[in-house]
Structure formats: structure tokens, C-alpha cells
Ligand binder design. Structure first.
Ligand SMILES: Nc1nc2c(ncn2[C@@H]2O[C@H](COP(=O)(O)OP(=O)(O)OP(=O)(O)O)[C@@H](O)[C@H]2O)c(=O)[nH]1
Ligand SMILES: [Mg+2]
Length: 202
């Protein structure tokens, strides 16, 4: 797939604020600061489409980006960010849960995990949820530029072991800095969109 058009459409809290055109959604989930918003900029070749920050907790709403007038990449607030109030955490949890439980056109999920770190308890909770609903999943191991080339494969193998996922779920080493993994991700998105699974949303 080539991204020829990418537009920010809207930010939402409640499901009645989501876009009304019924195009499929592919949602990005992961810890705060893992690189979700940066990934959107990288795959769309638009360095400032999604707001990013060195400080975790940048994305605070559910943001919809329409790609090629064909589907949405949905940027969700990150989980596991300790330095926000309990009230804010609950609000983010509410937005993520609302999104996941009221998106009949959710086609699949991209879960982002920092290639340098073991998956967190929150990553495991999210993965269990995704597996429970048999939701199609692509995993990106982000910030691959921060590891030497020879360390990438062993680290991917380690993450796969920790996640205990089957070999047919891809884990793509990815870097928003160098563009590594971008083609593999676009290919995985293509096959998700072209061969939508039986899964019909929740
Ligand atoms: N070296 C490197 N830095 C990255 C990469 N991706 C993201 N970053 C940096 O990591 C920081 C966080 O990136 P974001 O894209 O804002 O992360 P996020 O997951 O959207 O974070 P929240 O909105 O808080 O959930 C920024 O300083 C980015 O420049 C990458 O592939 N390589
Ligand atoms: Mg973000």
C-alpha cells in the first residue's frame, strides 16, 4: 500500500463523536511514549500530522486519521503513565475501553512495544483482551534505531517469548526515525484491509 492521502478528521471522547462514515478502523495501542503518534507521522510521510512529545502523556483523546479515504488509523492515549492523577487515568481508561467496546468497524489492532523493554503488565492485559476477542493483531517493536543491528532479532525473539503469542502474529521491528519496518507495516495493513477476517467487531 502507498499512502497517498492522510487527514486528521476528529478527536473524540464518547462514541457518538466518532466519524460517521463507517470506514474500518485500525487502532494503535501501547504504553505512553512508545511512539504511537510518531508511527502515524512516519507511515503517512507527514512529520507533523500527529502531535508527539518527549514527555509521556501527549495524546489525551481518541484521534482519527483517515488514510487514502479507505480506513482510519486511530491514535489512542497511551496506558501505564504513572505521573497523572487517578482521575485522569480513569478518564483515559474510559476512552480506551469505550473505543474498543463500541467500534463495530474495528478491523484490527496495532500494539506497539518498545524493542528495548520487556512487555509491561499493562501490555499483557491489553494483549489478553485482544486475544480474548480474537482480534487481528500486528505488533510493532518500536525505536529499533536505538539497538545495534545484531541485537534486533534476539530482542524480537525475547519479546515473542514473553508475550507467548503464536508465530503467525507478526512482530515488526520499527523505527520512526529511520523508517525501518515501514514497508512491512504497510504490507501487513494491506493484507488486513484486503482480507478482512470473519471478525465483525464487538
Ligand atoms: N529514537 C526514536 N525515538 C522515537 C521513535 N518513535 C518515537 N520516538 C520518540 O519517542 C517520544 C514519544 O513519541 P510519541 O509518538 O509522542 O509517543 P506516543 O506513544 O504517542 O505517546 P503518548 O501520546 O504519550 O501515548 C518522542 O520524543 C518521539 O520522538 C523511534 O522510532 N525512534
Ligand atoms: Mg501520542
Amino acid at each position: 500500500m502507498e499512502v497517498v492521502r492522510a487527514e486528521f478528521i476528529t478527536s473524540a471522547v464518547e462514541s457518538n463523536q466518532y466519524p460517521a462514515d463507517h470506514l474500518p478502523y485500525v487502532a494503535l495501542v501501547g504504553k505512553s511514549n512508545v511512539g504511537k503518534s510518531s508511527m502515524i507521522n512516519t507511515v503517512t510521510n507527514r512529520s507533523k500530522l500527529a502531535k508527539t512529545s518527549g514527555q509521556p502523556g501527549k495524546t489525551r483523546l481518541v484521534n482519527f486519521y483517515r488514510i487514502n479515504n479507505a480506513f482510519y488509523l486511530v491514535d489512542l492515549p497511551g496506558y501505564g503513565f504513572a505521573r497523572v492523577s487517578q482521575k485522569e487515568k480513569e478518564r483515559w481508561g474510559y476512552m480506551i475501553e469505550t473505543f474498543l467496546s463500541s467500534s463495530p468497524n474495528l478491523l484490527g489492532i496495532i500494539q506497539l512495544i518498545d524493542i528495548r523493554h520487556n512487555p509491561t503488565a499493562d501490555d499483557m492485559t491489553m494483549l489478553n483482551w485482544i486475544e480474548h476477542y480474537e482480534m487481528p493483531l500486528i505488533i510493532l517493536a518500536t525505536k529499533a534505531d536505538k539497538l545495534g543491528k545484531t541485537r534486533i532479532k534476539p530482542q524480537i525473539d525475547k519479546i515473542r517469548r514473553k508475550l507467548e503469542i503464536s508465530l503467525d502474529i507478526p512482530i515488526i521491528p520499527f523505527s520512526s526515525k529511520t523508517g525501518q519496518g515501514k514497508e512491512a507495516l504497510l504490507k501487513a495493513l494491506d493484507s488486513l484491509l484486503k482480507n478482512p477476517p470473519d471478525f465483525q467487531g464487538l
